[in-house]
Design a protein around this ligand. Structure first.
Ligand code: ZN
Ligand code: ZN
Length: 155
């Protein structure tokens, strides 16, 4: 288990919508294009930003404002990705290294690592695409780089 399902679950922005560069994870759901600096958020980042501004917002309000489905929001709550009090005595453990964490599934370091790994895959896929276009390399499997994620932009 390498943690990469995290990427699927929260609609992680993979390619920059401005220049199609690789989006690099900055922490707490925020991503930055390594080429042009464009900032984007995954579902967790959107929900988190909104809740920070509107404490006590209901799942319905969050859904309306962020476009993130209530199902995903509830899942985040269940995964304890949002709203765990600072003074909570209940510690979770990172699923990858076992370190004590306050929320989520991975410690900040492991979460970074999971994302770094994914970004490497995206760069490799990018490179492979370019090589395919210039006919340096002919065939080969091609799934990762061609996957598309639905991204709601009506906010
Ligand atoms: Zn960009
Ligand atoms: Zn860890």
């Amino acid at each position: 288990m390498d943690g990469l399902e995290l990427i699927d679950a929260y609609h992680v922005p993979i390619h920059c919508e401005k220049c199609s560069g690789v989006m690099v994870y900055q922490g707490v759901g925020e991503y930055k294009c390594e080429r042009c600096g464009f900032i984007d958020y995954d579902d967790y980042g959107k929900v988190r930003c909104y809740i920070e501004k509107r404490k006590g917002a209901t799942a319905m309000e969050v859904e309306a404002a962020t476009g993130v489905s209530q199902r995903t929001i509830r899942r985040m709550l269940k995964d304890a990705r949002i709203e765990v009090a600072n003074d909570s005595q209940m510690f979770l453990r990172c699923e990858l290294c076992g370190k004590s964490i306050r929320s989520g599934r991975y410690c900040a370091e492991c979460e970074m690592k999971v994302h770094r790994k994914f970004e490497d895959q995206q760069r490799a896929a990018h490179l492979k695409n370019m090589q395919e276009h210039t006919h340096v390399y002919g065939s080969g499997h091609s799934d990762e780089g061609h996957r598309r994620f639905v991204h709601d932009k009506n906010q």
